[in-house]
Design a protein around this ligand. Structure first.
Ligand SMILES: Nc1nc2c(ncn2[C@@H]2O[C@H](COP(=O)(O)OP(=O)(O)OP(=O)(O)O)[C@@H](O)[C@H]2O)c(=O)[nH]1
Ligand SMILES: [Mg+2]
Length: 319
C-alpha cells in the first residue's frame, strides 16, 4: 500500500476527506493488524483528538443497537457525522449474527453521515480493546464528530473497551430478576449515565430505585452522580433527554478539566498495553516455533528452569 502518492490521492487523503470506502479499508488494515497498520496510525494520529467518544454497554438484547440508532439520528439532525463500532467480544465469529446485525443496520443507513462497523473477534491480535481503540482513532481521523462504541457488558473486555470513551452509558432493562445485582459490579462502576431502556415494560421504577440505592452507598471521587434516563429505544422516547444528559456530563468534564485527566489516564493504560505487545512481539521474533517446543520439553524434563530462560530470552542470550 502507498500511504502517500503525488499522482493519485492516497488512502490517507481520501480518508481525511471523508471517503467511506477509504475509511472501511483503513479500518480493515488496522483491525487485521496488517504490516502497514502502524505506519497508517502514525500518519493519522496528528489528525485525531476531535471526535467525542460515547461508550454504550449493557446485557445482550438490552436494546443497545436500537438506542445507538436513535442517538445517531438525533445528532445527524444537528449535522454531526457519526461513526459506530459494534463490538461483541463474546462472539468467536467475525460473521454470523453480528454480520447480520451490521447488514441490517448499514441498510438502514443510506445516510453517508453514519458509518457503522461491527467487530467480533475474541482472538483478535493485540487484544480487542486495543483494536477498538485503533479503529476509533481511524474514525476520528476521518473527521467523524461523534464515535459510538457499542459492546455487550459481560466482563473485563468491555470495561477496557469503554474506558477509552469520554462518556460511558450503561444500559439496563426492567424484568431481569434482581436487575442491578446481576450486572457485574465493574460495569456499574464505569457508568457516567444510566439508561433504563424498555421502560415501556413493567419494572422500570424498580430498576431506578435499585440504582439510586446503590448510588447512595458509593460517591464517585470526581463528585459526579450519574443521572438515570428512561428510554424506549424502539420508538425514540427519551432520546432527547439522553442527549441532554450526555451534554450535561460533557459540560461537567469540561468545566472541571476532567477530560484531559481522563485522557491522560487512558493513555497511560494504553501505552502499557502497547509496550507489552511490542515487547512480546520482539521476544517472539527471537524464538522460532521449534525453539519454543524445545524449551518446553527441556523445562518439563527439568533440564533448565523457566525463570532463567525468560531472562535469557529477554536479554537475547537464550540458546
Ligand atoms: N419493548 C421494547 N423493545 C425494545 C426496546 N428497545 C429495543 N427493543 C427491542 O429489543 C430487541 C433487541 O434490541 P437490540 O437493539 O438489537 O439490542 P442489543 O442490546 O443491541 O442486542 P445485542 O447487540 O444482540 O446484545 C429488538 O427486538 C428491539 O426491537 C424498547 O425500548 N422497548
Ligand atoms: Mg446490538
Amino acid at each position: 500500500m502507498c500511504l502517500t502518492s503525488a499522482s493519485t490521492p492516497s488512502l490517507v487523503d481520501r480518508l481525511r476527506s471523508g471517503d467511506a470506502r477509504a475509511l472501511a479499508r483503513a479500518i480493515s488494515i488496522v483491525e487485521n493488524r496488517r504490516p502497514e497498520a502502524v505506519a497508517l496510525l502514525k500518519t493519522l494520529f496528528p489528525s485525531t483528538g476531535h471526535a467525542r467518544v460515547l461508550g454504550l454497554t449493557g446485557a445482550p438484547g438490552a436494546g443497545k443497537s436500537t438506542l445507538v440508532d436513535q442517538i445517531a439520528k438525533h445528532y445527524r439532525k444537528e449535522n454531526q457525522t457519526v461513526g459506530i463500532i459494534a463490538v461483541d467480544p463474546t462472539s468467536p465469529y467475525t460473521g454470523g449474527a453480528i454480520l447480520g446485525d451490521r447488514i441490517r443496520m448499514q441498510d438502514h443507513y443510506s445516510d453517508p453521515g453514519i458509518f457503522i462497523r461491527s467487530m467480533a473477534t475474541r482472538g483478535s491480535l493485540g487484544g480487542l480493546a486495543r483494536t477498538t481503540a485503533d479503529v476509533a482513532t481511524v474514525l476520528d481521523a476521518s473527521g467523524r464528530d461523534l464515535i459510538m462504541i457499542e459492546t455487550v457488558g459481560v466482563g473485563q473486555d468491555e470495561v477496557d473497551i469503554v474506558r477509552l470513551a469520554d462518556v460511558t452509558i450503561v444500559i439496563l432493562v426492567p424484568g431481569m430478576g434482581d436487575d442491578v445485582q446481576t450486572i457485574k459490579a465493574g460495569i456499574m462502576e464505569i457508568a457516567d449515565i444510566f439508561v433504563i431502556n424498555k421502560s415501556d415494560r413493567e419494572g422500570a421504577e424498580r430498576v431506578e430505585r435499585e440504582i439510586r440505592s446503590m448510588q447512595s452507598l458509593d460517591i464517585r471521587k470526581d463528585g459526579w452522580t450519574p443521572p438515570i434516563v428512561k428510554t424506549v429505544a424502539s420508538d425514540g422516547t427519551g432520546t432527547k433527554e439522553l442527549a441532554a444528559a450526555i451534554g450535561n456530563y460533557e459540560a461537567y468534564l469540561k468545566n472541571e478539566n476532567l477530560l484531559v485527566q481522563k485522557n491522560v489516564e487512558n493513555w497511560r493504560e494504553r501505552l502499557i498495553e502497547m509496550l507489552r505487545d511490542a515487547m512480546l512481539e520482539k521476544a517472539r521474533a527471537r524464538i522460532t516455533d521449534g525453539a519454543l517446543d524445545r524449551y518446553a520439553v527441556e523445562i518439563a524434563e527439568h533440564k533448565r528452569d523457566p525463570y532463567s530462560l525468560v531472562e535469557e530470552i529477554v536479554s537475547g542470550t537464550a540458546k
